[in-house]
Design a protein around this ligand. Structure first.
Ligand SMILES: [Fe+2]
Length: 306
């Protein structure tokens, strides 16, 4: 098994970096991390120790730059490289000390839909005091990606990367875990690969509600929610950032205490299971469209010469 420990950060390509920058810092509750080389990129941390949980990179079309997962140590990264190589996965950056914000020792590879994935260990952590706001996103809770082929991508993330399927939402979504939390990544069957949404973890429902107030005050509104999901049991509220990406405030995601007993469930896609409280209703066509995103050719299509 590969030994992925947790979700660390997501990096997005955006043509609207200035607007998004202001939003994440002034409204969403993240803090900019000072990095020596910015070069059209901005890095944001949450209240937790992770060096950054979001980075934005100036670019033509909005899409995914990469997703980073943590590993225990250098040895795990080196072993992961061997396993990936043996399974003919395209390794973009072989194992080495990362010359990137937050550093650490890691590698980067392409998943079968050209998503750039980073595995890293020994990255910098923050030890400085976090300046509390009325909403303090701690870390990324999960990311959801749209896929053209749900079964194929689930097979790759489980068989090759070692994730476990926690639950299905019919044959539409698959929730995958790499630790005791219900899911760190999920895939949604769509017509193309793209970012579906990015969820930030808050400590309490009070913070989720205060977060909604902050977003409203900034002149934006909820895209879907608040509500409480069936799969994962988490409280959610979805929004769209000024660059068009969908983000979620979430809290209370289910923990799988006894993994040996766990059987993946298949949840029906009915309103009272998408929101147990019965107040959010099903997502609107506008919300579905926003989460569907535009076809994302993947970082590799733009950056690796064919
Ligand atoms: Fe979510």
């Amino acid at each position: 098994m590969l030994g992925i420990t947790h979700l660390r950060h997501i990096s997005l390509i955006t043509p609207n970096i200035d607007k998004q920058f202001a939003f994440y810092e002034k409204v969403w509750g993240l803090d900019k991390v000072d990095t020596p080389e910015d070069n059209g990129a901005a890095y944001f941390r949450g209240a937790g120790p992770e060096h950054h949980i979001l980075s934005l990179h100036e670019g033509g079309n909005p899409g995914l730059h990469h997703i980073a997962f943590g590993m225990v140590d250098k040895n795990s990264v080196d072993q992961a490289a061997e396993i990936l190589q043996s399974k003919n996965v395209i390794i973009v950056d072989p194992p080495g000390y990362l010359n990137k914000a937050g550093g650490g020792y890691g590698l980067r590879f392409l998943d079968p839909e050209n998503r750039l994935i980073e595995l890293s260990a020994w990255a910098e952590v923050h030890t400085s005091i976090w300046n509390k706001k009325n909403v303090d996103p701690v870390k990324l809770n999960h990311v959801v990606m749209n896929t053209k082929d749900l079964d194929m991508i689930v097979e790759f993330y489980t068989d090759v990367l070692g994730f476990k399927v926690t639950d299905w939402s019919e044959h539409q979504m698959s929730f995958l875990r790499c630790n005791k939390k219900h899911h760190s990544i999920a895939f949604n069957q769509g017509t193309h690969a793209s970012v579906n949404h990015i969820a930030y973890e808050l400590d309490s429902v009070n913070e989720v509600m205060r977060g909604i107030a902050n977003v409203r005050e900034a002149g934006l509104k909820e895209l879907w929610g608040p509500g409480r999901h069936g799969p994962g049991d988490n409280i959610f509220c979805y929004f769209q950032d000024p660059g068009g990406f969908v983000m979620e405030y979430t809290c209370y995601l289910e923990t799988i205490e006894d993994e040996s007993e766990w059987q993946a469930r298949v949840w029906k896609r009915v309103p009272h299971l998408m929101d147990q409280w019965g107040i959010a209703g099903p997502p609107t066509p506008e919300a579905r469209k926003a989460m569907g995103g535009e076809p994302d050719p993947g970082w590799a299509a733009v950056n690796i010469a064919k």
